[in-house]
Write a protein that binds this ligand. Structure first.
Ligand SMILES: Nc1ncnc2c1ncn2[C@@H]1O[C@H](COP(=O)(O)OP(=O)(O)O)[C@@H](O)[C@H]1O
Ligand SMILES: O=C(OP(=O)(O)O)[C@H](O)COP(=O)(O)O
Length: 394
């Protein structure tokens, strides 16, 4: 990597603003998967060992520039403290006088976690005043938030223009591993795209069609494509204004000779809940008042077969609502196929995909679990990540 890393700067006694991605899956105030927090530990521990004053910043969820009580970073701070085996102070704000006075009382090796940076409207707008306010808190900026590196926000991009700015150890590792896998991909090369962030991910597909041999679509994303094939999708997740785009991708795949796999059946439910009635139906037969919450068993078989014949697979986004057991079958089938595929290099990306693999106890069977979903996809598309571009060159 041609960017400076943590090892290129002296942080002893310095105030270090370290952007991490603690956007962890959470249910009823409980962290359900702490992969992203554990992934940040090497950088945090290194800073502690070097005698830095460690100021951690992260986003959590999408509070849209307002304080949302359930989106405070307090649970993440508690978990971090347990994992580090040391006290982590938690601020109620992310900049300003109250934060400055907390920092003034820090000793070398102390850790302070700032409040959710997305409580401020300037964060996602990459407001330069907010970036300066963050920068005022510190002497050095470290970006270890690979999962948010595709966002040009005040704490991921803006701040880097006001301080010496370097990558953290996780950021460095992610770029290294993903870069190596993609520089000369082994073939057949398969991408599996699912999840619920349809707007974010649909655009990625166009560029992936230039690179892969097989493209597999699942999760909430699939139903915009199902609709594009002329089928009704009932109450399933649908981005109506992306249907034409989806149609054009199906055409483009044909032109490029890319095998494009979409669900042939689905598990539909009469409610988005564990108590819902559910059944498997052919994809043309989704009832108008039901929603598809998982791929069906026939689809899972087809996907399993493609995976097992692939040499490189990147997987981003669950195949269904895996958090509820009766809609977890498709995601589990894909995870198992990857775990069983010998000689296949598997890269799992995204907070929820990583959580799914953990849930099925298959994490150690994957070649690389990336902490970034959207970020790893954009990187693989060949796009520059703003959070990386803004760092100082070597
Ligand atoms: N068919 C579906 N309908 C609604 N939500 C879905 C469906 N399939 C998957 N999901 C949801 O998608 C979420 C993960 O989406 P996303 O954030 O895009 O993935 P990742 O975090 O891995 O990048 C999960 O919480 C899952 O419940
Ligand atoms: O969870 C994240 O992305 P991911 O779901 O693509 O893995 C990152 O924390 C970025 O969050 P965002 O998509 O709200 O900017």
């Amino acid at each position: 990597m041609n960017k400076k890393t943590l090892k290129d700067v002296d942080v002893k006694g310095k105030r270090v603003f370290c952007r991490v991605d603690f956007n962890v899956p959470m249910q009823d105030g409980e962290i359900t998967d702490d992969t992203r927090i554990r992934a940040a530990l090497p950088t945090i521990q290194y800073l502690i060992d070097q005698g830095a004053k460690v100021i951690l910043a992260s986003h959590f969820g999408r509070p849209k520039g307002k304080v949302v009580e359930e989106m405070r970073l307090t649970p993440a701070g508690v978990r971090l403290s347990e994992l580090l085996g040391k006290n982590v102070q938690k601020a109620d704000e992310a900049y300003g006088d109250s934060v400055k006075s907390l920092i003034e009382s820090m000793n070398e090796g102390d850790v302070l976690l700032l409040e959710n940076v997305r409580f401020y409207p300037g964060e996602e707008k990459n407001d330069s005043e907010l970036a300066k306010s963050f920068a005022e808190l510190a002497d050095v900026y470290v970006n270890d938030a690979f999962g948010a590196a595709h966002r040009a926000h005040a704490s991921t991009e803006g701040i880097a223009h006001h301080l010496p700015a370097v990558s953290g150890l996780l950021m460095e590792k992610e770029l290294d591993v993903l870069g190596k896998a993609l520089s000369n991909p082994e073939r057949p090369f398969t991408a599996i795209i699912g999840g619920a962030k349809v707007k974010d991910k649909i655009g990625v597909i166009e560029n992936l069609l230039e690179k892969v041999d097989n493209l597999i679509i699942g999760g909430g994303l699939a139903y915009t494509f199902v609709k594009a094939q002329g089928h009704e999708v009932g109450k399933s997740l649908l981005e109506a204004d992306k249907v034409d785009l989806a149609k054009s991708f199906i055409e483009k795949a044909k032109e490029k000779g890319v095998n494009f796999y979409m669900p042939v059946d689905a598990i539909v439910a009469d409610d988005f809940s564990a108590e819902a009635n559910s059944k498997a139906v052919a994809i043309e037969e989704i009832p108008s008042d039901w929603e598809a919450l998982d791929i069906g068993p026939k689809t899972a078989e087809i996907y399993r077969d493609v995976i097992q014949k692939s040499k490189l697979v990147i997987w981003n986004g669950p195949m269904g609502v895996f958090e509820i057991d009766k809609f977890a079958g498709g995601t589990k089938a894909v995870a198992e196929a990857l775990a069983e595929a010998e000689g296949t290099y598997s890269v799992i990306g995204g907070g929820d995909s990583a959580a799914a693999v953990e849930k099925f106890n298959l994490a150690d069977k994957m070649s690389h679990i990336s902490t970034g979903g959207g970020a790893s996809l954009e990187f693989m598309e060949g796009k520059a990540l703003p959070g990386v571009v803004a760092l100082n060159d070597k």
